[in-house]
Structure formats: structure tokens, C-alpha cells
Design a protein around this ligand. Structure first.
Ligand code: GAR
Length: 223
């Protein structure tokens, strides 16, 4: 953590930013444990940037289309992030595949939220894939980011029942409501120094209060 008493958080987004809003709301009611010092979007003009500006948070755009390669974009992005001196980088609907150099640079201090019960359904279209697979449950996972896409050690996971008449949209809406609960919680744990990533040669895992968490994080079930 930096020397200031409040951990500094940078949030990366690509779109609507409802998870960002949940983090902003948690900060407003003093339950985040950190201060969102900047929001960075790789897409210009998205709703999440408006949410940041409305909360008086530095709202920045770095358009990936202005860069000739993924490596050049990630290098510029890391420079912009590091100017903010963050203790934690939070990916909140940041829809970019990251280079290994980038994930290595933020190892143990970057979280992502993924809309599935990892390790199930890594990648895109998770809600439809859960339905197509005949899953009885679906959910979301907050995890540390490693070089493996949607593969880092879990912090917290929420599971909900899939209902017989669910569509991808109805399922996505119910999962997102739970994302807005677990993401502020995980960020709070990190900012309070309770959540850490342990990167031993035997493999990486998450620790909460010094105790190893299950591989996919602490499971919360919602009925
Ligand atoms: C969220 O549902 C998040 O889980 C998902 O994008 C959505 C962003 O919504 N992330 C991924 O799919 C990452 N692989 P938001 O912009 O309203 O927070």
C-alpha cells in the first residue's frame, strides 16, 4: 500500500459501468475502504465515464484503436495507471485481453469480475452458455488477475439458481445485481489488507485474513 492511509484504487472500464457505480456507491457510504482516484476507459464516450465524472472522479479515456498493437496499448495504459499511484487496479467490465507483461506488472494488485462460476464459462457469452449447458446454477466470480484469461485465484464467488424460464438477459440481470454486492466486498477486503494473493512456486492462491480461500473464492449462495 502507498503511504497515504486510504488505499488508492484505479478502475478500468469499457462500457456501462454498473459495477463501477456499485464501487462509487460503496465509497460514498464509506464501505469501500479505499478511494477511487481515477476511472480509465478504453472506449470513448461510454456511460461509465459519465458515472465517474458525476462522482467527481478523474475520468480518463485511452482509446485502444489509437494503438498499432496490443503491446503498445498496454504499455501506454500501464503508464497512465501508474501516474495515479494505485494500490489496487479494478477491472470492471474492461473488455480487453491483457498482455502477460501487463498482468505481471500488477500481479497481486489487480482484480477482475467475471460473470460465471469460474472455472466454468471463461470468456464471452457466459449467460447463454450456462443455459445451453443445462447448468442449474450460475453466478459471478471476483478473482486476482494473472496471465491466464479468467484464470487467477478467486476471492469471492456468488451463485444463484437458474430458473426454468430464464433467458440470457434475465439471467444476466440477476447475476449483475449480485456482482454489485460481491465486487465492493472484495475491494473492501483488499483495501483493509485482509485479501492478498499468495504467489508461491506451488501455485497462486488467495488468502483472506491469512487463511487460504477455496480456489474460486469464498462462495456466497443466493436463493
Ligand atoms: C459485467 O457483468 C462483468 O461481469 C462483465 O462485463 C459486465 C460489465 O458491466 N465482465 C466480463 O465479461 C469480463 N470478462 P458493467 O459495465 O455494467 O459493470
Amino acid at each position: 500500500m502507498s503511504n497515504s492511509c486510504v488505499p488508492r484504487v484505479v478502475v478500468l472500464i469499457s462500457g456501462s459501468g454498473t459495477n463501477l457505480q456499485a464501487l462509487i456507491d460503496a465509497q460514498a457510504n464509506a464501505s469501500l475502504g479505499g478511494e477511487i482516484v481515477a476511472v480509465i476507459s478504453n472506449r470513448p464516450g461510454v456511460k461509465g465515464l459519465e458515472r465517474a465524472a458525476a462522482a467527481d472522479i478523474n475520468a480518463l479515456t485511452l482509446d485502444h484503436q489509437d494503438f498499432a498493437s496490443r503491446e503498445l496499448f498496454d504499455t501506454a495504459l500501464a503508464e497512465l495507471i501508474d501516474q495515479q499511484r494505485p494500490d489496487l487496479v479494478v477491472l470492471a467490465g474492461f473488455m480487453r485481453i491483457l498482455t502477460p507483461a501487463f498482468t505481471e506488472h500488477y500481479l497481486g494488485r489487480m482484480l477482475n469480475i467475471h460473470p460465471s462460476l469460474l472455472p466454468k464459462h471463461q470468456g464471452l457469452h457466459t449467460h447463454q452458455r450456462a443455459l445451453d449447458a443445462g447448468d442449474t446454477q450460475h453466478g459471478a466470480t471476483v478473482h486476482f488477475v494473472t496471465a491466464e484469461l479468467d484464470g487467477g485465484p478467486g476471492a469471492v464467488q456468488v451463485a444463484i439458481d437458474i430458473l426454468p424460464d430464464d433467458t440470457a438477459d434475465s439471467l444476466a440481470a440477476r447475476v449483475q445485481r449480485q456482482e454489485h454486492v460481491i465486487y465492493p466486498l472484495a475491494v473492501q477486503w483488499f483495501c483493509q489488507g485482509r485479501l492478498k494473493m499468495d504467489n508461491s512456486p506451488a501455485g497462486s492462491r488467495s488468502l483472506l485474513d491469512g487463511e487460504p480461500l477455496p480456489t474460486n473464492g469464498r462462495l456466497i449462495s443466493v436463493s
